[in-house]
Design a protein around this ligand. Structure first.
Ligand SMILES: [Zn+2]
Ligand SMILES: [Zn+2]
Length: 888
């Protein structure tokens, strides 16, 4: 096969789509559960089926892909499962909006037709986010794609619900929940967002029964007083000690309610006297339970006052009711004070409506026993969290966990498998839809209309995607999964719940490790948001710079525990790195013969100091990259690869190897080719997990390759015998000498083409010998005619000097540089600059120019003056140096 030259530029778009298809056709990422190798498994955090790829996903996918590709290289059988989440409320909203555009509502369609409509939407648009993930090069197994509502996962959800119910870990009960009156659904604690709002606090007088005294309570929500069932004070508050055990008369309602004592009351807050509304406040609900108080709901699910309130308020919206209550209190002289008050108010995370604590019948998971087990698994180290600081947060959350309200009042989702018998009231929870009541044999069964919280199904993701409740080869091989890679924002929503469910149903942790990555922010460190207009779209970046450039950038900044500051310039910068690799490969391919196996590598390493050095460095890089990836230090891996490719391989080795290539000596050429091929092919393998496309494209043109699919190549083997510390030291010295000569040329303005000589005085004979052995290289790289190294070298007349490590470098200039004419040239140039500068300075000293000319024109002149002075300084310094050389 003839070696096909690489095109002069790398064109990502064409290359990427070609390899995406290739990998799919060749089933590169579809492992056999019974095949050889240790299992390595990751389940993708399933993106919402309504989602569009953002930079956070791009980072998340890139890091998982690096891990999967790297572990494949280590010989593991790797399974990375893709899929999407049905995203209950989000998806329902999208379809409802589409219906609204047609002038219809979900109620118009009815439940069944509406759900059909959602499935149609999913068929049409549900693959979008996965197609976007595909473009990132994700090495997921597409043949095992899952959806949280697919048949298998639905079965898993039902099995889990029924088992937990049978075990008493799921119950139905009255509970105060966060409720969004607009969305008309319960919200989990985590779905409530708190935002500061300016509001008012009202001081209201409650008459003490049988007395003309009042107690004064403070509230921000006066309408809830209609549901008050007690007034509470602190047990040690002397102001109210005589009232405890007595009663007050609830204004506007006339209900006589008790005064109770509870240490929960803060004496310093307001008047120290608290109105208690168990049906409309979370804390009051608990307080009410402790004291056996009645729980009176005065609002319905839409926030409208109901029949439990006095007639005149019924039918009013909660805010209209507030006004009416305040007006009535005022006219009765019971509104003592109104004060401005700013406090944090809970809002619905989706629609920002102020939430209303609400008592209703809901389904709950009893989390206490599950949380305890989940905590222990991390304490024992059965699951490790990286960075470790998140472990604390995980414990705190589990320690303060409340029962998990899992019912949602929407239509799209896993419907709760519970029925109520209309004849005898029996509650039936069953794996299969019941036809009759097991208690009375009646057939009038009504199914619970609610669906499960979306997080209920995603909590099962690590085992439901592997086939549970069936005993599949995938489940046996790949559970527990290896690592979960996720952002910290869903540590509780998702990670802790997967821990609870995995441990309960599989008796083992769902993943051995959790890697929590940072946020992607803009270049200034600000959060990306549509309203700020600083969002960087990953797909636009992929179109502009190629996927590999984006992936490398994200990885290069993915330091553990630190947010990523991303800008387009940075991605553009790494696009240059992709080009650098491409050009290095292009040069290499032009210099490699077809047969690259001609010489043993150990022999090649002995054939020249440059080969020994680069091969030794390659060994060090292999070790460092593996160590970094093993410890999730992604940025360190890319730093190693970047520095090695750019500053060692390209800047130096590819230059050095030209000497061999042009030597005409077959043995030398064979050694150079063998080394060049080894470094390039292993470098491609090392870079592949981060930049899969460009590396694969180059790989496909590389001679001497048996495995065309780079993703199937093993991690380059360690060759400890090629580690040569002294080769690295020698090459460091060589590079310092070359850089020293180059600097002297630059400083003294000596043309790069002018042949010079150099002498180096070394501290030891050994070093002199090693340098002298590199004489040919040094002469070539520094464009020298002569080179000499020794311990007895003295500074020749008229020579420029520089330090090179512990050695001294001298470049004799007598004869090479015509000092007299150089001095004349400098003098002429200096005179010219002085004259120009004079004109500029006159202008700048001219008052009328300064005051009349536009600011930018004046600034331009100032800039000219600054540049002129700098140039003058440089010329004078050069003159001084040359005069010094002439006199030495
Ligand atoms: Zn809402
Ligand atoms: Zn019945």
């Amino acid at each position: 096969m003839a070696i096909e030259a690489l095109p002069s530029g790398y064109e990502p778009a064409d290359v990427e789509s070609r390899w995406i298809d290739y990998w799919r056709e060749h089933k590169t990422f579809t492992p056999d559960p019974d095949g050889p190798g240790d299992p390595y498994c990751i389940v993708i955090p399933p993106p919402n089926v309504t989602g569009a790829l953002h930079m956070g996903h791009a980072l998340n996918i890139t890091l998982q892909d690096i891990l999967c590709r790297y572990h494949r290289q280590l010989g593991r059988k790797v399974l990375w499962i893709p899929g999407t989440d049905h995203a209950g409320i989000a998806t329902q909203n999208v379809v409802e909006r589409a219906l609204a555009a047609e002038g219809r509502s979900r109620e118009d369609l009815g439940r069944e037709k509406f759900i059909e409509r959602v499935w149609e939407w999913r068929e049409q648009y549900g693959g979008r986010i996965l197609n976007q993930i595909r473009r990132l090069g994700a090495s997921v197994d597409w043949s095992r794609e899952r959806f949280t509502m697919d048949e298998g996962l639905s079965r898993a959800v039902r099995e889990v619900f029924v088992r937990l119910y049978e075990e008493g870990l799921i119950y139905r009960g009255d509970y105060i929940i966060n409720w969004c009156p607009r969305c008309r659904t319960a919200l989990a604690d985590l779905e409530v967002e708190y935002a500061p709002r300016a509001s008012k606090i009202y001081h209201i007088r409650y008459p003490v029964e049988g007395s003309d005294r009042f107690v004064v309570v403070a509230t921000t929500r006066p309408e809830t007083m209609l549901g008050d069932t007690a007034v509470a004070v602190h047990p040690e508050d002397e102001r109210y000690a005589d009232l405890v055990g007595g009663s007050v008369v609830l204004p506007l309602v006339g209900r006589v309610i008790p005064v109770i004592a509870d240490a929960y009351v803060e004496r310093e807050f307001g008047t120290g006297c608290l109105k208690v509304t168990p049906a409309h406040d979370m804390n009051d609900f608990e307080l009410g339970k402790r004291h056996g108080l009645a729980c009176i709901s005065v609002m319905d699910g839409a926030g409208v006052i109901n029949g439990e309130a006095p007639e005149k308020y019924r039918g009013l919206d909660r805010l209209a009711c507030r006004e009416a209550v305040l007006a009535d209190l005022k006219s009765q002289g019971l509104l003592e004070a109104v004060k401005d008050y700013e406090h944090n108010v809970g809002e619905c995370y989706r629609c920002k409506t102020v939430i209303e604590p609400f008592v209703s019948k809901q389904w709950f998971v009893r989390t206490g026993p599950l949380a305890e087990v989940a905590r222990k698994a991390v304490e024992d180290g059965r699951t490790n969290i990286y960075p470790e600081q998140w472990t604390r947060t995980y414990y705190d959350w589990l320690d303060n966990i409340r029962d998990w309200c899992v019912s949602r009042q929407i239509w799209w989702g896993h419907r709760i498998p519970a029925w109520t018998c209309q004849d005898c009231g029996e509650l039936i929870v069953a794996r299969r839809d019941p036809e009759s009541c097991p208690k009375c044999a009646g057939s009038r069964l009504v199914r619970d209309p609610d669906v499960l919280d979306t997080w209920f199904s995603s909590a099962l993701w690590p085992f439901s995607t592997l086939g549970w409740p069936d005993d599949t080869p995938e489940l046996r091989t790949f559970y527990p999964t290896s690592v979960l890679v996720t952002g910290f924002d869903i540590l509780f929503f998702w990670v802790a719940r997967m821990m609870m469910m995995g441990l309960h149903f599989r008796d083992d942790v769902p993943f051995r490790e959790v890697y929590i990555h940072a946020l992607v922010r803009d270049g200034e460190g600000k959060k990306m948001s549509k309203s700020t207009g600083n969002v960087i779209d990953p797909l636009v970046m992929v179109d502009r710079y190629g996927t590999d450039a984006l992936r490398f950038t994200l990885t290069a900044f993915a330091a553990m525990g630190r947010d990523i500051k991303l800008s387009e310039e940075r991605i553009q910068g790494y696009r240059h790195f992709v080009n650098k690799l491409w050009n290095a490969a292009r040069f290499s391919l032009m210099n490699l013969g077809e047969d690259v196996s001609g010489m043993d590598l150990a022999v090649a390493a002995e054939a020249g100091p440059a080969h020994a050095w680069i091969l030794s460095r390659l060994e060090a890089v292999k070790e460092a990259v593996a160590g970094a990836l093993d410890g999730y230090r992604f940025n360190e891996a890319t730093q190693e690869l970047y520095g090695f490719l750019w500053h060692e391989f390209c800047d130096w080795y590819l230059e050095m190897v030209k000497v061999d290539m042009s030597s005409g000596d077959e043995t030398r050429i064979a050694a150079a080719r063998r080394t060049l091929w080894t470094v390039l092919s292993e470098l491609l393998t090392l870079l592949h997990p981060v930049m899969p496309f460009v590396t694969q494209e180059i790989w496909s043109r590389l001679p001497g390759v048996d495995q065309p699919d780079l993703a199937r190549m093993p991690y380059p083997p360690a060759r400890p015998d090629l580690r040569r510390e002294e080769a690295s030291e020698t090459m460091d010295l060589v590079r310092q000498v070359v850089v020293g000569v180059r600097n002297i040329r630059a400083e003294l303005n000596i043309s790069p083409g002018l042949k010079l000589s150099a002498l180096v005085r070394t501290p030891s004979e050994a070093e002199a010998g090693r340098l002298a052995a590199c004489g040919e290289l040094i002469r070539f790289l520094a464009r020298l005619e002569g080179f000499e190294a020794g311990t007895g070298v003295t500074a020749p007349r008229a020579s420029a000097a520089a330090a090179a490590g512990g050695s001294a470098l001298f470049v004799p200039l007598a004869g090479a540089v015509d000092f007299a004419s150089e001095m004349a040239r400098l003098a002429k140039e200096e005179a010219k600059v002085v004259k120009e500068l004079d004109v500029v300075e006159k202008k700048l000293h001219n008052e009328s120019f300064i005051s009349r000319a536009p600011a930018d024109v004046v600034e331009k002149e100032r800039e000219k003056a600054r540049a002129g002075h700098e140039k003058l300084d440089r010329l004078r310094e050069l003159t001084r140096r040359i005069r010094g050389l002439m006199e030495s």
